[in-house]
Design a protein around this ligand. Structure first.
Ligand code: ZN
Length: 199
């Protein structure tokens, strides 16, 4: 009897399925599937909550006067088109922003345009790649939590003062853009000088 061959043959015998190991495998698999479906359900709940939250910000009912954000009506999105679903929320710096799109109030925008057109003020505006979006740089406002950082021109569509004095607004806007560009150029050249000094 060739012992070596026998051992070799034994090793070649295919492994029998171990029912206990298979049961453990099934248990682990079902636990993994359950965990994954629970996470998927949580994720779905999170997104539904976000949609609901954006749909109608119930925190502000009765505290602030309602308004209708034009971007709610014009933009493509899963939110409702109900009127008066939005509010002007005062930010810590005192300026009001739209609760739906975060745009500054048109009054604030008008004030910022006046400041930006003034060469002695450090306030400036900058245009974006979207024609309707204008960035605002106000002193003391670093991010959107502190105050307005942008304005959406859709908010002017139903704004009475803009309708009444459209030419004045437009002239002021042009002046503000020109003055802002000058301020930005000055800031950039100052930075370049500082960099040379540092080097
Ligand atoms: Zn808005």
């Amino acid at each position: 009897m060739n012992v070596r061959k026998t051992v070799h043959d034994l090793q070649r015998v295919p492994k029998r399925a171990n029912p206990y190991a298979y049961a453990r495998y099934l248990k682990r698999l079902s636990a993994r599937i359950a965990l994954r479906s629970m996470l998927a359900r949580l994720n779905r709940a999170k997104w539904l909550f976000r949609l609901w939250y954006k749909d109608f910000d119930r925190r502000y009912i009765g505290r602030y006067a309602p308004q209708t954000c034009p971007r709610r009506i014009l933009e493509v999105g899963p939110w409702s088109r109900d009127k008066d679903s939005d509010f002007w929320i005062p930010r810590p710096n005192g300026d009001s922003c739209c609760s739906f799109c975060g745009s500054a109030h048109p009054d604030v925008f008008f004030r910022v345009l006046n400041e930006a057109a003034d060469p002695n003020s450090s306030t400036y505006i900058s245009l974006s790649d979207k024609r309707y979006k204008i960035y605002l740089q106000i002193d003391g406002v670093v991010n959107a939590m502190e105050g307005p950082i942008k304005f959406y021109t859709q908010h002017l569509a139903d704004y009475q003062d803009f309708k009444d004095r459209r030419d004045e607004w437009n002239a002021l806007f042009v002046a503000a853009v020109q003055a802002s560009n000058t301020k930005l150029m000055e800031r950039m050249s100052m930075r370049a000088v500082n960099k040379e000094d540092a080097d």
